[in-house]
Design a protein around this ligand. Structure first.
Ligand code: FAD
Length: 393
């Protein structure tokens, strides 16, 4: 995304590129390409060490204000950072949920005490976070959350179940949306608690995904505890805080992924050339459409950036999420069709997938997490186009 890059942004890009080039060498040379969708557990300790190395040099949380340990990078610079990170083939991040979701939420809504307690370990990658929103009966319909928490003197006691909790096994803390007002319903009476994961009242059970790995988990809270002060916003304000976090999740956090997408597209194109699939007029047409889609995403990202920069990410981030999620899922399908019958056979025992099979299987989830396509369409219909709200049962 080099359109109209200012001299300051060009200098920032050169600085990021130079640092990555110099540091993804020596002890970290082999870290390039580690982790990522379908390979979530790969070399976790090495990736953690790499990210702490980045932190020591001030390259984590670059978009956070300097007073909270960031670099105060502009939205465009954050995109540049993520682009260069992907271009360098640097390892998949381990602290992204704290950096991109909880951190910005605390900066906006946390108390000074909470900022002082929780932000520095996110910057230093000393504490990892996970997101406790979804439940068996509360996914798209998040307002149906049933996990309960009760204030008991100096602590909250939490009971209930979360599901699809990414990285729960590695996480030290979880931000949990739960019901703190007995008898309340929908988005009333919810609160946003910060809950330590390493305690007796928390039971984490990994779920095996299509890719064979377990990036997400079931999380059971059975008398789990957290401090009375570990609540973001006031009791009952959980919905407002949870929605703000989702805005961060759909917005700037994903803007830099274009570079990775382009590289995957080029890989599929190369594969099509090698297998001869590029001569098939139907596949050729789909490859062309995928290329056009990449350009549309790039322009959408520019538009979203303008919205984020003006402080109002809002519904634009739903357009962006809908476009990239769908494009990426279709790229996975295209990769399989380019591979043909070979795509149906694992490379080795018992379930050794190649990159294209992993892309295909993992990208099924791109149109589900952070709000499914249907939910994004509802948001766009109601909040962008001003269409009537959908009927609620
Ligand atoms: C890889 C991955 C990682 C995830 N990580 C996390 C995490 O870390 N933390 C967390 O809390 N959650 C996480 N999730 C859960 C994710 O947020 C939910 O899966 C998602 O919100 C959908 O909820 P659901 O699975 O309950 O499906 P449902 O809500 O039951 O939806 C089922 C289907 O019905 C459609 N549908 C539902 N409501 C409507 C409607 N009103 N109008 C039209 N269609 C509708 C949906 O689009 C979907 O196709 C993750 C999911 C995935 C796939």
């Amino acid at each position: 995304m080099n359109d109209n890059e200012s001299p300051a942004d060009r200098a920032f890009r050169a600085e990021v590129r130079g640092w990555l080039e110099a540091n993804l060498s020596g002890a970290f040379a082999h870290a390039r390409g580690l982790g990522g969708p379908g390979r979530e557990h790969e070399a976790f300790e090495e990736r953690l060490a790499w990210e702490r190395h980045m932190a020591a040099a001030g390259w984590t949380c670059v978009g956070w204000p300097e007073e909270h340990g960031g670099r105060g990078a502009t939205v465009r610079q954050q995109v540049i950072f993520n682009e260069e990170y992907a271009l360098a083939g640097a390892p998949a991040r381990v602290g992204h949920i704290g950096e991109n979701l909880l951190g910005p939420t605390l900066i906006a809504f946390g108390t000074e005490e909470q900022k002082a307690r929780f932000l520095p370990p996110i910057v230093a990658v000393e504490e990892l976070w996970c997101q406790g929103y979804s439940e068996p009966n509360a996914g798209s319909d998040l307002a149906n959350v049933q996990t309960r928490a009760a204030l008991d003197g100096d602590h909250w006691t939490i009971d209930g179940q979360k599901v699809w909790t990414s990285n729960a096994l590695e996480a030290d803390w979880c931000f949990v949306v739960c019901r703190t007002e007995p008898g309340s319903s929908r988005h009333h009476g919810l609160s946003y608690l910060l809950v330590p994961m390493k305690q007796d009242g928390v039971d984490i059970r990994p779920i095996v995904q299509l890719t064979g790995t377990s990036e997400f988990n079931e999380v059971f809270f059975d008398g789990a505890r957290t401090g009375a002060r570990d609540i973001v916003g006031a009791p009952g304000e959980g919905w407002k805080i949870a929605m703000a976090t989702l805005g961060f999740e759909r917005g700037v956090a994903t803007l830099g992924q274009q570079v990775g997408f382009r590289r995957e597209f080029e890989g599929v194109l190369d594969l099509a050339r090698r297998t001869g699939a590029v001569d098939d007029p139907l596949l050729r047409d789909r490859l062309t459409r995928a290329y056009t889609g990449l350009e549309i995403m790039r322009l959408n990202a520019v538009r979203t950036m303008a919205g984020v920069a003006s402080g109002a990410p809002g519904p634009e981030s739903s357009i962006s999420k809908l476009v990239w999620g769908t494009w990426h899922r279709e790229l996975g399908e295209l990769a399989m069709d380019v591979l043909g019958a070979a795509g149906m056979v694992a490379d080795g025992e018992p379930y050794d997938l190649n990159d294209w099979q992993r892309l295909f299987l993992f990208s099924r989830s791109d149109t589900i997490y952070a709000g499914s396509n249907e939910i994004q369409r509802n948001i766009i219909a109601e909040r962008v186009l001003g269409l009537p709200r959908e009927a609620r049962g």
